[in-house]
Design a protein around this ligand. Structure first.
Ligand SMILES: [Mn+2]
Length: 296
């Protein structure tokens, strides 16, 4: 059998086979196709596979950063199975899985799935980095205390995260009065795209509000629907790719990115370009967080 006649094994960015072993990989991709509490259009369970598929067709060389991201070693795990008892039980399962990966020294990339999965990933990172803060990008405030009889509905994740550690959110353009009251009472920074663009210091004003170790939670609906239509709850007037990259680049220059998630991609709700955007965003964030690979 001539191995040169076959594509590399399936995995994020399709690294050369010698760059995919778990033990030697710096990065682990954790796909969580969990889609249980979404209330508008469903479909986020297809998100992780769509992102990984789209990544097969990307250059593993990041032209902007100037290195081959896959040379960090990228191991793509099988899907994390859903816990069908309750969303809270699923959050606990995710927290346990991510903690195990962090204990192994891995940089964990969590691919949702609905936004709820971020709560488990953040809790695991907080156990490892007690000073953790979270930079969230989202169209929705997502700080409801509960929704449809669950505190772990996908309308609640930033409430659960804000109860655990400091959070700064950028991109908000949908919130109820009681959610705005919670944000005001707690003195949280939740910025509409207009407020973000008006910051006198630009992205640096966001970065300086965060602790040294930062987890990035990206609900893809924070991005404008013209570039990211494939979400269940799109909102007009969002952030654009260049703005998101500018913010994340400033973050990487000022703080340490210790982990991230991309959630809420519902590929059937939009064109295939959306999964490609998500895959490129994941690649860029890995590169920004880890810098150039030693071996490149
Ligand atoms: Mn959202």
């Amino acid at each position: 059998m001539n191995k040169d006649h076959f594509y590399p094994p399936f995995g994020f960015l399709a690294p050369e086979p010698h760059l995919t072993a778990y033990e030697s990989s710096r990065v682990v991709i954790l796909p969580i196709p969990y889609d249980a509490t979404t209330t508008a259009r469903a479909g986020t369970r297809e998100g992780p596979a769509a992102i990984i598929h789209a990544s097969q067709d990307l250059e593993s060389y990041d032209l902007t950063l100037g290195f081959d991201t896959s040379r960090h070693g990228i191991h793509t795990l099988p899907d994390l199975a859903p816990h069908s008892d309750s969303p809270g039980a699923m959050v606990d399962r995710i927290g346990g899985a991510v903690s195990d990966l962090l204990d192994d020294g891995k940089f964990v990339v969590t691919l949702g799935g609905e936004h709820t999965v971020a709560v488990g990933a953040v809790r695991a990172h907080l156990r490892r980095y007690p000073d953790l803060s979270v930079l969230a990008i989202d169209a929705h405030a997502d700080v409801r205390d509960e929704y449809l009889d669950s505190r772990d509905n996908h309308a609640c994740p930033l409430r659960r995260i804000a109860e655990a550690c400091p959070v700064v959110q950028v991109g908000m353009r949908s919130a109820s009065p009681d959610q705005l009251e919670f944000i005001r009472e707690r003195g949280l920074t939740f910025l509409t795209p207009a407020a973000y663009r008006a910051l006198p210091g630009g992205p640096a004003d966001v970065v300086q509000k965060l602790s040294p170790n930062v987890y990035v939670d990206i609900d893809l609906d924070g991005i404008d629907p013209s570039q990211m239509a494939a979400v269940g709850t799109p909102e007009p007037g969002g952030l654009f790719w260049d703005e998101v990259i500018e913010l994340l680049t400033a973050l990487a220059e000022g703080k340490r990115i210790v982990g991230f998630d991309l959630v809420e991609l519902a590929p059937d709700c939009g064109p295939p370009a959306c999964a490609a955007l998500a895959a490129r965003l994941a690649q860029r964030l890995i590169g920004l967080a880890l810098g150039p690979p030693l071996s490149s």
